[in-house]
Design a protein around this ligand. Structure first.
Ligand SMILES: C[S@@+](CC[C@H](N)C(=O)[O-])C[C@H]1O[C@@H](n2cnc3c(N)ncnc32)[C@H](O)[C@@H]1O
Length: 321
């Protein structure tokens, strides 16, 4: 897997415009930084809103099917949000088989160990440390009815990949399975700027973590003082697209940095941009119509939506037909 990630970073740094793939931020340190940035930034609304839906409407996320659901969590992180669903399922069916999947292996294994310690025999955990594509392939072997969660993540993929990964997930679903994914429906520019451009710089540190990791693991000495950091929110009501955040660094002068571990150099002209995500942007924001379009394009049907009181987050409940 490490080689696949490296190949993606090389492809990003060689493309025009240059970018660092979003996934590259997620090693153990990056996963911790991400958690910390969500916890410490008071104005970061999404975690609280998603948690509120899970706390108050968890019964509606769990499909009305007989016992023996298997739970899958794609991009599970530390599984803290998943616990609401785990608790509810164990209450109704006594035992639960759970497959958390995440690219951040060490972080995932620690979370899985903690869950096993806490839940004992009532929970069987099968962590899958993998990228979506390989991981979903492994999930294909699971028999029976699955409840699949995909929380706090779809909006960080490119528009095409949001559809591609949803379509891939649909291939492991039968008509009895359910998928619930969360999305951000906030469209207030002020709320978004406050949440993602905090004065203490938590979100900025997280966005720049790909460069920090490159320097540490691949032996480069990219000096962030030679770049300015830029962040903007782009509002877009086109039903076939989304609003999004764009984050990039701009070279203040011509720069050239060898990256020994990748056998390449980062060469940038003064004024050139290096994006901190692939595709147009990250942290997409949606209208319900835009979400409906994405779900349809992936060949799924939007069976319902659950929205928090503040109207920041939505859980989209999807079925195969
Ligand atoms: C914003 S966090 C969300 C974590 C958790 N679901 C939550 O809501 O707290 C995004 C997660 O996606 C994972 N991730 C990023 N790229 C991935 C990929 N290509 N395949 C699988 N997981 C990935 C990261 O490791 C991280 O845990």
């Amino acid at each position: 897997m490490a080689d696949t990630i490296r190949a993606r970073v090389v492809a990003g740094l060689e493309s025009n415009p240059k970018y660092i793939p979003f996934s590259y931020k997620y090693d153990e340190v990056g996963s911790r930084l991400q958690k910390e940035s969500c916890r410490m930034v008071q104005d970061y609304y999404l975690t609280a809103s998603e948690t509120s839906i899970l706390q108050h409407q968890v019964r509606d996320i769990i499909p009305d099917v007989p016992n023996d659901l298997t739970l899958v969590d794609i991009s599970s992180g530390d599984c803290s949000k998943t616990r609401f669903v785990i608790d509810e399922l164990i209450k109704t069916q006594n035992t639960l088989i759970f497959y958390p999947l995440d690219i951040s292996g060490e972080f995932l294994f620690k979370a899985a160990t903690k869950l096993k310690e806490e839940y004992g025999d009532s929970l069987t955990v099968h962590p899958i440390a993998s990228d979506y594509v390989e991981g979903i392939e492994q999930l294909r072997q699971i028999k029976g009815t699955k409840l699949i969660l995909w929380i706090g993540t779809i909006f960080n993929l490119s528009y095409e990949d949001q559809i591609n990964i949803l379509r891939l997930i649909s291939t492991i679903m039968t008509d009895r399975c359910r998928l619930a994914f969360s999305a951000d429906i906030t469209l207030s520019r002020d709320a978004i700027i406050m949440a993602y451009n905090d004065d203490a710089g938590y979100k900025r540190r997280m966005n720049l973590y790909g460069i920090t990791r490159l320097n540490r693991e691949e032996g480069s000495m990219i000096d962030l003082d030679k770049f300015s950091y830029h962040f903007d929110f782009i509002h877009n009501t086109n039903p076939e697209f989304t609003s999004y955040i764009r984050a990039y660094i701009e070279a203040k002068e011509d720069v050239q940095y060898p990256i020994p571990g990748l056998s390449m150099e980062l060469v940038m002209k003064k004024g050139e941009h290096l994006y901190l995500h692939e595709g147009t942007g990250l942290s997409c924001k949606y209208t319900l119509e835009q979400l409906q379009t994405i779900v349809q394009k992936a060949g799924l049907r939007l069976a319902g939506t659950l929205i928090d009181k503040e109207k920041h987050a939505v859980f989209c409940q999807c079925v195969t037909k």
